[in-house]
Structures are given as C-alpha cells and as structure tokens.
Write a new protein. Structure first.
Length: 295
C-alpha cells in the first residue's frame, strides 16, 4: 500500500540521516536545518496513526575540497528530502562563493544528471557528496563563454518563482512576534495576513526567496509548534513586478482578528476566517488547516 511505502521511505530517510550525523558529527559539515520536520518524520515512523509530515527535511552538507593553485574551497549543498525520497531524487543546490551563476547552474544540472543515471530509488546523499567533493572544483575554472551553456541558457533558468506559504502555529499571542511578522513581511515586500490567537495562521506571498527568508526568520523565534501547512509555487516566465502583482491574492500584510471570544479573547471565529478565505479565493486552504469542510 502507499501507506507502507511511505513508512518505508521515511525509515530510509531517518537511517540515512543517522548515518550522515555519525560520519559528520560537526555542524559545520552537516546540519539538519529544519528540526521540526525531522521530529515529525520520526514521529510518523514511530506511530502508525501519525499523519504524514507537513514539511520536507532540509539539511546542509558542506564539503571542503582542494583546488589547484588555491587552498581549500568550501561547497555548500543545501538539500531537501521530498516525502517520496529515495523513490524520487533529493532536491540539492550546490553553491560556492567562487562559482559564477552559470558555473553554478551547470554544476547543479550535471550533479542531477549523475544522480538520475545512477540512483533511481536508492539513498544517494553520500554519493552526491562524494561527487561534489571530486568534481565541483573543476567548475570554478570552467570558461563557459565558449561552452554549451550560452548566456541565454543561464538567463533562461532565471525563471522567477512566486510562492505563497500557509503557516500554522499552535498559538500566536506575543505582541513582539506579531510585530515581527508584520515588519518582516513589509521588509521583504510580502503580502498576506496574520491571524493571531489559538491557532495562529500566517499567510505570506511574494518572491520565493523572500518567502523563504521570512520563514527562516519566523522559525527561529521560540514556538510551541509552527509549521508550513501548505505551500504554493508558481513559476513566472517574465517575472516582472506586474506579473508578481497579478499573482497576489492579498494587497498588503495585515493582522486579521475575527470576533475573538474565549477567556483571553483569543479563540478566533473560524467561520469568519473561512468567509475571509473564500472572498480571497483560498477557501480550499481551510480544510488543509482544520481538516474539515468550511461552511
């Protein structure tokens, strides 16, 4: 059954992460950047009744390698493990300050090709790391002006991604956090809304990189529980300001309070939240949050 397959994939992910942490005990070599996702994954494996984790395990592997005529160069591999990994490939982006944009694109596409050809359905994080260790340095000196990657290929992959994140928190009461959420969204030109109380709901939308930066800031604050409940990504061919504005469902980011009731005035009227989402054309999200049909 798919349930069994999911469990099996999750178990393989956990044993591979254990292996990596025993081989690379230091944070500067290997670190899981989303501890909550890892905790959810373990919970899913240990409890038959647990629901599928809501976000992918994210990790960073750093590889130092020698480069002729230079000392050591560090390559950073930012990786996300999709739920179906290892049945599907991991999402890996290799970066280094010494790579130009087009060298980085070429390196990443060659790594992906290598993994596709050699590891369909098998755990491959270590092999990917080995490949980077052995091959990445060669891309630093690649002169791409003459090679197959023309300027147009490089710019082509500059497809702008528009992202909308639906974040769920056990509760949001703290005034400072509420202020941070609004200020950071403003800094990053994100629109959406924040519904404080219990549960807390935050939606941000805008450029993918800005949404990811917002999430990494918010996640670092202390929470009883916070996770990305749903994520929407739309690739925009043009990616200009107007294209981005067209995708937005909210004009700014504001705090929405729906008739609070309860002892601390903190339980929001979810019926009003549902109507608000419906107006914005996002009614289907309600069910993802609360597991019930809105009405």
């Amino acid at each position: 059954t798919t349930e069994m397959a999911n469990q099996e994939e999750a178990e393989i992910q956990i044993s591979e992460l254990d292996l990596l942490s025993s081989m690379f005990p230091y944070e500067e070599e290997f670190v899981v950047t989303d501890q909550l996702a890892l905790a959810e994954l373990k919970h899913y494996v240990e409890n038959e009744s647990a629901e599928m984790p809501s976000s992918k395990v994210q990790l960073i592997l750093n590889v130092k390698t020698e480069v002729p005529n230079a000392s050591m160069v560090e390559f950073s591999m930012a990786c996300a493990l999709p739920f179906k990994y290892p049945t599907v490939l991991p999402e890996i982006t290799v970066r280094s300050s010494l790579l130009s944009r087009s060298q980085q694109i070429l390196l990443n596409s060659d790594l992906k090709t290598y993994l596709m050809q050699n590891f369909s359905g098998e755990p491959c994080m270590l092999s990917a790391r080995e490949w980077v260790k052995d091959h990445a340095a060669a891309y630093i000196d690649k002169d791409l002006s003459s090679s197959s990657v023309t300027a147009s290929d490089a710019t082509q992959s500059e497809v702008t991604m528009f992202t909308r994140l639906w974040i769920y928190s056990h509760h949001i009461y703290n005034k400072q956090k509420r202020k941070n959420i609004i200020d950071w969204a403003k800094d990053l030109s994100l629109s959406g809304f924040c519904m404080p109380g219990k549960p807390g709901v935050v939606c941000v939308e805008g450029l993918q990189s800005s949404c990811e930066e917002f999430w990494s800031r918010v996640r670092r604050l202390t929470w009883k529980r916070i996770l990305i409940r749903h994520r929407e990504d739309v690739s925009l061919e043009g990616g200009g300001h107007a294209d981005i504005q067209k995708q937005r469902k909210f004009s700014t980011l504001e705090e929405k309070c729906f008739d609070a009731h309860g002892a601390r005035g903190n339980h929001m009227d979810l019926g009003q939240l549902y109507h608000f989402l419906e107006e914005k054309g996002c009614a289907d999200i309600f069910q993802m949050y609360f597991g019930v049909e809105g009405h």
